[in-house]
Design a protein around this ligand. Structure first.
Ligand code: NAP
Length: 255
């Protein structure tokens, strides 16, 4: 039996690839054999991740800057990848942001900003890579949702929850529309993960204990916890899986 989790020969783009979760996913795809193209707006940050992937795996990795809210910029990213490698097999949309405000006072400029990155950005990246995948008649996409994509949360998260709910429905709708083109579209739904943006929680023992207590498995997630589900979803092991969200959340959404 062949190793159905191997990604050898596959070309992968990771948007948000220098983020806390994105870096782990980019490295994880590289470790499992993919040639990884890391992207975000910050060239210096993605260069570092690409160098790390090559150093740790011996595989080639590239860094191409792009802004997911700008269709031309994402098209340029995809065009460059196709120019260099001739295909795009995997897209992981690990970019994203949160802007928290009390719902009574939620500034609509921030609402638009959040939707622009999390929702429009997801669609723009899916569209650009999806067209290449359509021509190939194969491809696998993973969008980053959150446990907040299926559950409401207090603490100023109305906008974020709304964007992640949208990401989950974009994922399902594209899975249906693109299945005849051989493209699988799934999502990853993490609970809180310790990244540079959330490390203040891990560093505050009281806060860390509060978050950990809410998770049935009794701890907060790490970026490395996210890798297995994404490698599975983009590999041949998931060849009959589309339109799903895997919640990597220590059991949180089982309740
Ligand atoms: N950390 C958590 O606890 C957690 C839990 C559940 C879900 N998630 C989701 O997982 C994803 C990654 O989260 P994270 O914690 O790794 O976040 P992060 O560390 O803040 O990384 C976010 C990444 O997105 C990129 N990005 C932001 N705006 C962009 C834009 N307009 N164009 C291109 N790239 C852009 C950032 O790079 P630049 O700023 O350089 O562009 C960065 O690389 C997000 O979708 C997040 O909502 C996170």
């Amino acid at each position: 039996m062949k190793n159905i989790f191997k990604l050898d020969g596959k070309i992968a783009i990771v948007t948000g690839g220098a983020g806390g979760i994105g870096e782990a996913l980019a490295l994880g795809l590289g470790i499992h054999g993919a040639t990884v193209v890391v992207s975000s707006r910050n060239q210096e940050a993605i260069d570092k991740v690409a160098k790390k992937i090559t150093a740790e795996t011996g595989n080639e990795a590239m860094a191409i800057a792009s802004d997911v809210t700008d269709e031309k910029s994402v098209q340029n990213l995809v065009d460059k990848v196709v120019e260099k490698y001739g295909r795009v097999d995997i897209l992981v949309n690990a970019m994203g942001m949160n802007i928290k405000h009390n719902a009574f006072d939620y500034p609509m400029e921030d609402w638009d900003k959040l939707f622009s990155v999390n929702v429009k950005g997801t669609m723009i990246a899916c569209k650009a890579a999806g067209k290449v995948m359509q021509a190939q008649k194969s491809g696998a996409i993973v969008n980053l949702s959150s446990v907040r994509g299926i559950r409401g949360y207090t603490g100023g998260n109305t906008g974020y929850c709304a964007t992640k709910g949208a990401v989950e429905l974009i994922t399902k709708a594209l899975a249906l529309e693109w299945a005849p083109s051989g493209i699988r579209v799934n999502a990853l739904g993490p609970a809180l993960v310790i990244t540079p943006g959330t490390k203040h929680i891990a560093e505050d023992p009281k806060l860390a204990a509060k978050y950990a207590a809410a998770v049935p498995m009794g701890r907060i997630g790490l970026p490395e916890d996210m890798v297995g589900a994404v490698v599975y979803l983009v590999s041949d092991a998931a060849s009959f899986v589309s339109g799903q969200t895997i919640y990597v959340d220590g059991g949180l959404t089982a309740a």
